[in-house]
Design a binder for this molecule. Structure first.
Ligand SMILES: Nc1ncnc2c1ncn2[C@@H]1O[C@H](COP(=O)(O)OP(=O)(O)O)[C@@H](O)[C@H]1O
Ligand SMILES: [Mg+2]
Length: 405
C-alpha cells in the first residue's frame, strides 16, 4: 500500500448513477485500505446517507463527526443542515440579489445555473477540514449521484470566479462584478460583513481547489454494466475532464458470475460481458475493476472487504495514479495551443467563447470559465479543433509582435 507516510492525504471521490453501488464501493475500498494499515475516513456528502447502513451500524451512531467502525476506518456523514453558517447565507442572498439585478449578461446568466447551494459548499469545507487535519492517510468520499457531484465539483472554481470579484467590500463590490453589472441599474449594496465573509469563503474555497487539484486527489466512476448507466458514466468523464479533475478508474459493479444452466441468467451474463468489453475499450487506458454481484447485500466491514478484495485483486486501490493534467499550454512556432482533455465529447457538443481574459468552454449544458494564462492575454484565437478526445485551441500573437513572449 503506497498511501502511508507520503505526508499528503490521498483523496478518492466515488461517483456514479443512483443505486449503482457508490456507497458499497466507497466503504469496501476504505475497509481494504484500513486492513493494510491506512488511517482512513469515509466521508459521505450524499444527503441520502447510507454509510451507516453499509457498515451495519445504527443510524444514530454515524454522525457529522467521524466515528470509528473498524480499527483504522472511521465514517462521517456530513450534516449540511446543521452546518449552515449565517455568513454563507448572507453571501448567498447578496449574490442572488446581484445576479437578479444583472439581468441578461451572458456569463452571469449562465453562471446562475452553477451557483451552488450552501450544502455543497459545506460538504467541501468538511472535506477540507478533514484533509488539513492531518489525521488521515486516506479520505474516501462517498458522493451524491453524478449530476449533483458534478455541480459540487464545478463549484470551487465557479464560485471563486464570483468571489474574486466580491472580495472587495462595500459599494466597490457592485462595480467589481462585471462591467455589464456595473452598468446594470439597481445593483444592491451588500449587507455589512459580506465583504469579510466573501473573503473568508474565497480563501476556504481556494484551499479546496488546491486539495482537489493535487495529484493525490482522484475521482473514480462506479457503474453497472448496463448501457444507460455506461452512457452516463461516459458523460461524467467528459465533464470531470472539462473541470480538470483526474479520473483514476472505473468500478463495474454487480457483475454476474458466468455459467449456470438457466437461460435467463446466461443471457444476462452474456449481455453484461458484451457491455464490459465496450466499457474497457471506451475508458482505456483507465483501469476497469469488476465487482461481483454478491448473493446478498454486502453489509458490514467483513462483507465489504470481501467484495473489495475481489474487485481490486492484486492492484493497490489507492495508489496515486499517473494521470496527465487535463489542460496543457503548448507553444508551437508562432502560435500557442491550449489543449484540454475532453474524452467522448463530439464537435456538436462543444462550444467555445472568448470573454476578455477568460475562455469559456461548454460541453452540453456544462461550462467552464478558464482563466487564460497572462501570456495569452493579448493573443487572439485563431482556430480550434477536437481530435481523439482532446480539444486544441490555437492562439496567435498580436500582429504588432508585442505579445507577452
Ligand atoms: N456487488 C454487489 N452485490 C450485491 N449487492 C450490492 C452490490 N453492490 C451494491 N449492492 C447493494 O445495492 C444497494 C445499493 O448500493 P449502494 O452502494 O447503496 O448504491 P449507491 O450508493 O450508488 O446508491 C445496496 O443495498 C447494496 O447493499
Ligand atoms: Mg449511496
Amino acid at each position: 500500500m503506497t498511501v502511508r507516510g507520503r505526508g499528503r492525504t490521498r483523496v478518492v471521490l466515488l461517483t456514479g448513477k443512483g443505486g449503482v453501488g457508490k456507497t458499497t464501493t466507497a466503504a469496501g475500498t476504505a475497509v481494504l485500505a484500513g486492513e493494510r494499515g491506512a488511517r482512513t475516513l469515509v466521508l459521505s456528502t450524499d444527503a441520502a446517507h447510507s454509510l451507516s447502513d453499509a457498515f451495519g451500524v445504527a443510524r444514530g451512531e454515524a454522525t457529522d463527526e467521524p466515528v470509528p467502525v473498524t480499527e483504522c476506518v472511521w465514517i462521517q456523514q456530513v450534516d449540511a443542515q446543521r452546518r449552515l453558517e449565517a455568513s454563507w447565507a448572507s453571501i448567498q442572498r447578496y449574490l442572488r440579489a446581484v445576479l437578479d439585478a444583472a439581468g441578461a449578461d451572458p456569463i452571469t446568466a449562465e453562471e446562475i445555473t452553477v451557483l451552488p447551494g450552501a450544502e455543497e459548499v459545506l460538504a467541501l469545507l468538511a472535506l477540507r477540514d478533514q484533509v488539513v487535519s492531518g489525521a488521515w492517510d486516506l479520505v474516501v468520499v462517498d458522493c451524491a449521484p453524478t449530476a449533483e457531484t458534478l455541480r459540487l465539483l464545478a463549484l470551487p472554481e465557479a464560485l471563486g470566479w464570483y468571489l474574486d470579484r466580491l472580495a472587495t467590500s462595500g459599494a466597490r463590490v457592485a462595480r467589481a462584478v462585471t462591467p455589464t453589472l456595473a452598468r446594470a441599474a439597481g445593483v444592491p449594496v451588500p449587507e455589512p460583513g459580506v465583504g469579510e465573509a466573501a473573503r473568508r469563503l474565497h480563501a476556504d474555497l481556494s484551499e479546496v481547489r488546491t486539495i482537489l487539484g493535487a495529484p493525490e486527489s482522484t475521482v473514480r466512476l462506479v457503474l453497472t454494466p448496463e448501457s444507460v448507466v455506461v452512457a452516463e458514466a461516459r458523460r461524467a468523464l467528459t465533464t470531470l475532464s472539462l473541470y480538470g479533475y483526474r479520473v483514476d478508474g472505473v468500478v463495474a459493479n454487480r457483475v454476474f458470475p458466468d455459467s449456470g444452466d438457466d437461460p435467463w441468467r446466461r443471457r444476462w451474463a452474456e449481455t453484461q460481458r458484451e457491455t464490459l468489453v465496450e466499457v474497457a475499450a471506451s475508458f482505456a487506458p483507465l483501469p476497469v475493476w469488476e465487482a461481483a454481484y454478491a448473493s446478498r447485500e454486502p453489509v458490514g466491514a467483513a462483507a465489504l472487504a470481501d467484495l473489495a478484495r475481489g474487485t481490486y485483486g492484486a492492484s493497490d486501490p489507492v495508489a496515486v495514479p499517473d494521470v496527465p493534467a487535463a489542460m496543457e499550454v503548448v507553444p508551437r512556432d508562432d502560435e500557442v495551443e491550449v489543449r484540454l482533455a475532453l474524452p467522448f465529447a463530439t464537435g456538436g457538443d462543444v462550444g467555445l467563447t472568448r470573454h476578455g481574459s477568460d475562455l469559456v468552454v461548454t460541453v452540453g449544458s456544462y461550462r467552464r470559465v478558464l482563466a487564460l494564462p497572462t501570456m495569452l492575454s493579448r493573443h487572439t484565437v485563431s482556430g480550434a479543433h477536437l481530435d481523439a478526445g482532446r480539444l486544441a485551441v490555437r492562439f496567435v500573437a498580436p500582429a504588432d509582435g508585442r505579445g507577452t513572449w
